[in-house]
Ligand binder design. Structure first.
Ligand code: 3Y8
Ligand code: NAP
Length: 245
């Protein structure tokens, strides 16, 4: 069967897969939600924007005669993953995920694991801290009631409206990040608490390594539950699966 691949992208792993696929004769397109202004250039065709829910994704799969979908979205992109799972099952096309294992606490880590953003906010109902809040733009509002903390905010794009925190420093920077650079900014801003999603992978791990080095607390937000699906951790394993299916 002539493979026709849809990669749901937005992670370093998705980019790595796109580069691997570009070296083969497999027809493929990588898809983005269009959340940020600049997307990393890719060596294969790209599409940007939502599909329009499950039905929109099913229509896309049919119209483009997609044979395989690789869900290489971020572990917190739970809606996209749920839609892909349902749309592929109903369309009768192959689905596999390219993801990364969750980080596990290691010696020297001071993690406080919470189930979701709401619990991270509850954890922060404490006397003033100097907090690195690097969970992206979407969920900043949840913390805005806790105005007594200092926040070091890291965003991919400059926000049109400055986030509503009286005591903040805004960094505009897309990753992947390095432990050395993150250690420097944690020290520079005398950060004593990092709030992070358990993204897995290397791109966001820099701040966790830096926190370990400084012996500071990390509030680690655990991942949402995703549907049961075939999962790979390496782009090469995806290629092997494609050639066998
Ligand atoms: C639009 C465009 C690549 C992919 C790079 C990875 C690594 C750098 C680390 C911190 C944590 C955060 C955030 C983060 C990382 C990689 C990867 C990763 C975290 C880009 C990209 C898109 C997005 C969306 C963006 C979210 C935001 C989350 C920033 C591309 C750069 C915090 C997740 O402003 C917004 O609306 C930003 C939205 C979803 C989380 C949020 O809720 O705000 N990612 N990030 C994708 C699209 O439109 O479909 O892919 O080039 C991709 C990357 N971001 O190939 O170089 O693989 O994880 N992205 C988190 O982990 O908590 C930053 O600052 O330490
Ligand atoms: P989400 O909440 O799971 O998805 C919300 C909606 O966005 C989806 O229903 C879909 O719209 C659209 N969408 C999401 N990913 C898409 C993709 N790759 N291609 C086309 N449409 C997509 O997603 P999210 O958490 O906002 O993540 C959006 C993007 O950012 C994804 O590419 C993800 O990999 C990337 N990202 C997210 C995070 C994070 O922390 N969430 C971190 C790094 C990268 P329709 O219903 O209209 O199809």
């Amino acid at each position: 069967m002539q493979h026709n691949l849809l990669i749901l992208g937005g992670t370093s792993e998705a980019s790595a897969l796109a580069h691997l696929i570009a070296k083969t004769d497999i027809k493929a397109i990588i898809s983005y939600a269009g959340r940020v202004q600049r997307i990393r250039p890719q060596p294969i065709q790209k599409r940007i924007g939502g599909f329009g829910g499950i039905e929109g994704l099913k229509a896309y799969i049919k119209d483009e005669q997609i044979t395989h979908v690789i869900d290489a979205t971020h572990p917190f992109a739970a809606q996209m993953s749920a839609n892909a799972h349902t749309a592929c099952a109903q369309s009768g096309v192959h689905l596999a995920a390219l993801t990364r294992p969750a980080w596990q606490p290691e010696t020297g880590d001071n993690w406080h694991q919470v189930a979701d953003i709401r619990q991270a906010v509850e954890w922060l109902e404490k006397p003033a801290r100097r907090v690195m809040l690097a969970i992206g733009r979407l969920h900043l509002d949840a913390f805005s009631a806790l105005k007594h903390h200092f926040y070091l905010l890291r965003l991919v794009d400059s926000p049109e409206i400055a986030p509503d925190f009286p005591n903040k420093k805004l960094l505009v920077s897309r990753g992947p990040f390095t432990p050395e650079a993150d250690l420097k900014i944690l020290k520079e801003h005398q950060i004593d608490l990092v709030i992070s999603k358990n993204a897995g992978g290397q791109g966001a791990y820099a701040k966790i390594l830096a926190a370990r080095e400084l012996g500071i607390d990390v509030v680690m937000i655990n991942r949402p539950v995703l549907p049961q699906r075939l999962e790979f951790y390496h782009p090469e394993a995806v290629l092997d699966w494609l050639y066998q299916s």
